[in-house]
Design a binder for this molecule. Structure first.
Ligand code: ADP
Ligand code: ZN
Length: 216
């Protein structure tokens, strides 16, 4: 089963992706996570992308595609995967289609996380992430039990640089200008399901229902 989670930044894709990974035993491939790891480790890739990410722009397609190509060929992806944050524009979607064809596989479902824009800004500016395990929290509606400490692993929580000020606005602009067109793209391919993502628990259950119906 190969899935794409599509939606605005802060729409809850990452949280739902983790739940789906557990439920269906297929890995999450999050380009954002891979890029942030590279930045943390100060690799060549990390140095190439840090300024782009901190401004809220998109990393060049060729870099992203190289990452995806390597990743989906790995052993743990042979029964499927969940894309979180990829593809982000038509060019990436076309390249994915080509790559899938070469590997004799296809995307089964694309889920669009629908959420009001006013909600997104609130979510992004209150998001905190565990340094150690990457779990997301929200100070307003999903706070950690102890201030700044991860409930799961005890790691320290931090605010992503791109979850601040102007960068949030830029990311929303990029989403509107480049990513939104993928809704129509996947609708035309009859792959799209729209999910009400106002509550992340609801989004997970809706997706689960669709997937279980599809495989029964
Ligand atoms: P969010 O889920 O909040 O949108 P991500 O972790 O998916 O954040 O992405 C963070 C940043 O990483 C993006 O703003 C962008 O700069 C870069 N990025 C992640 N995925 C891609 C992609 N598929 N193409 C281009 N840039 C990407
Ligand atoms: Zn943690």
């Amino acid at each position: 089963m190969r899935l794409i989670l599509l939606g605005p930044p802060g729409g809850g894709k990452g949280t739902v992706a983790k739940k789906l990974q557990k439920e269906f035993n297929i890995p999450v491939i999050s380009t954002g996570v891979i890029l942030r790891e590279a930045i943390d480790k100060k690799t060549k890739l990390g140095k190439e992308v840090i300024n782009i990410i901190n401004r809220g722009g998109l990393v060049p397609d060729n870099i992203i595609l190289e990452i995806i190509k390597e990743r989906i060929k790995q052993e743990d992806c042979k029964n499927g995967y969940i894309f979180d944050g990829f593809p982000r524009n038509i060019e990436q979607a076309n390249s994915l289609k080509k790559l899938n064809k070469e590997l004799n596989e296809h995307i089964d479902y694309v889920f669009y996380f629908e959420i009001p824009f006013s909600e997104i800004i609130k979510r992004l500016s209150n998001r905190r992430v565990c340094k150690k395990c990457g779990t997301n929290y929200n100070l307003l509606f999903n706070p950690p039990q102890k201030d700044n400490i991860c409930d799961i692993c005890g790691g320290e929580l931090y605010q992503r640089d791109d979850d601040k000020g102007e960068t949030i606005k830029n990311r929303l602009k990029v989403f509107n200008n480049q990513t939104l067109s993928l809704i129509k793209y996947y609708e035309e391919k009859k792959l799209l399901t729209v999910i009400d993502a106002d509550l992340s628990e609801n989004a997970f259950l809706e997706i689960k229902k669709v997937l279980e119906k599809g495989t029964s």
